[in-house]
Design a protein around this ligand. Structure first.
Ligand code: NAD
Length: 317
């Protein structure tokens, strides 16, 4: 049986990596973007990613060279017609996504599954615009998608069981580690966890409890490195549930339950200090080259995932 065709709508920071993963797994891939200049950037980044994978011995050179020829590109939504699964990775804006789904719908075969890579939009806000709410789900990848294997697949109110099962199978077949999410919530699960930790961290900084630099080091070098080994919940079995209950009784009443982002975050964003991409966010990045910094982070993540494998610390391998 020939491999399923995968469509990727949006060839930006996420789309190119998603296309690369499926092409590396032997699928024909069609990548569509409204901006024709996106494809050269996407191809150059995929080639750079593949070179890194070869350097770190995750992929051999022949397999790497076979990836780009499997990826077709087009600015025309009709090119997605052969796709069995389309992963949408356009801007994180519900109106933009709904509009493109409306234009895409007439081109799709009835059986095609559509999945969104949204980070935080609940899919109930998008589902009716697809014309196929039963064949609509999420495939939420993490950046860099070609290194991080986890993907969140959400069963929306109208998503069929068959759709979730099929998408999980396709992702597993491409070497990924999808998790099924049973309820359609803003931020799915991973970004809810990150937001909860970030809210508390920002609260502590605003209360003058600790500096931002120290909090990052503390999280990263105390409980952080054990997370891939013990997770969030299992780790409590290690600590002991008696101690955990007592700790929760003391600490939870004092934790931030702010329902709106803190002023320090809002003010920075309103002043155009958006982080690395503008040279300033919580920290000063003005001397840092954005692209070079990302490449360094990608290399560091390749090292870390490699080390986790060698430490037998990816429990479901
Ligand atoms: P991006 O801006 O890098 O890329 C979006 C691409 O979509 C662009 O190339 C743009 O030309 C194209 N596009 C926009 N409107 C279009 C349309 N109507 N038709 C066709 N193409 C169109 O964005 P990104 O960072 O890749 O994010 C894409 C999605 O993935 C968003 O929903 C985002 O929240 C999610 N996401 C991003 C990250 C991340 O770290 N960047 C991580 C996980 C999920």
């Amino acid at each position: 049986m020939s491999a399923e065709t995968i469509g990727v709508l949006g060839a930006g920071l996420m789309g190119h990596g998603i296309a690369q993963i499926f092409a590396a797994a032997g699928h024909p891939v069609v990548m569509v973007d409204a901006d024709p200049t996106a494809f050269d950037r996407a191809r150059a980044k995929i080639r750079q990613n593949l070179d890194l994978l070869v350097e770190y011995e995750w992929l051999d050179a022949d397999a790497a060279d076979a990836v780009l020829p499997r990826i077709g590109t087009s600015t025309n939504l009709a090119a997605l017609r052969p796709a069995d699964l389309i992963i949408e990775a356009v801007a994180e804006d519900a109106e933009v996504k709904r509009e493109v789904y409306g234009k895409l719908a007439p081109h799709l075969r009835p059986e095609t599954i559509l999945a969104t890579n949204t980070s935080s939009i609940p899919i109930r806000v998008l589902a009716d615009a697809t014309g196929r709410p039963d064949r609509f789900t999420t495939t939420h990848f993490f950046r860099p998608a070609y290194i991080i294997p986890m993907v969140e697949v959400t069963k929306g109110e109208h998503t069929s069981e068959a759709t979730v099962t099929r998408v999980l199978e396709l992702l597993r077949g491409a070497g990924l580690r999808p998790v099924r999410i049973n309820v359609d919530l803003p931020g799915q699960v991973a970004n809810r966890l990150r937001q909860a930790l970030f809210r508390e961290a920002l609260d502590l900084v605003e209360r003058g409890v600790i500096s931002a630099e120290d909090i990052d080091e503390l999280a990263g070098l105390s409980f952080g490195p054990r997370m891939p080994l013990m997770g969030v919940i299992r780790d409590r079995d290690l600590v002991g549930l008696d101690i955990t209950t007592k700790g929760a009784e003391r600490v939870w009443p004092d934790l931030s339950n702010a329902a709106e982002p803190h002023a320090s975050l809002r003010d920075l964003a309103a002043d155009g200090h958006l982080g690395l991409k503008t040279g300033r966010g919580f920290c000063d990045w003005s001397d840092v080259d954005f692209a070079a910094y990302w490449t360094k982070l990608e290399r560091q993540q390749l090292e870390i995932f490699g080390a986790l494998r060698r430490a037998d610390a990816l429990p479901r391998d």
